[in-house]
Design a protein around this ligand. Structure first.
Ligand SMILES: [Zn+2]
Length: 78
């Protein structure tokens, strides 16, 4: 059964560990590419949907792209 933890290969575990490390690194430094560390990032338009928001980000140095994920945490009265 592919869904049992004991069936995970060492490569699966390494890939998961690398994803977790990229997430942690990006949350600590969101102005840096989580893959190569470059600050040469470009953001696309924001997509807002019922309390959440996403934005495609591209790294000009390593050509990786990803989606930044935002959640509504409150509002400011005007
Ligand atoms: Zn990069």
């Amino acid at each position: 059964m592919a869904d049992k933890p004991t069936d995970l290969t060492p490569e699966d575990l390494e890939a998961h560990r690398a994803r977790v490390e990229r997430q942690d690194r990006y949350l600590a430094q969101p102005d840096r590419c989580p893959y190569c560390g470059s600050s040469d990032l470009t953001g696309g338009s924001l997509t807002v949907d019922n309390g959440s928001c996403s934005q495609r980000i591209w790294c000009s140095d390593c050509d990786h792209s990803w989606y930044d994920c935002y959640a509504l945490v409150g509002f400011t009265e005007v």
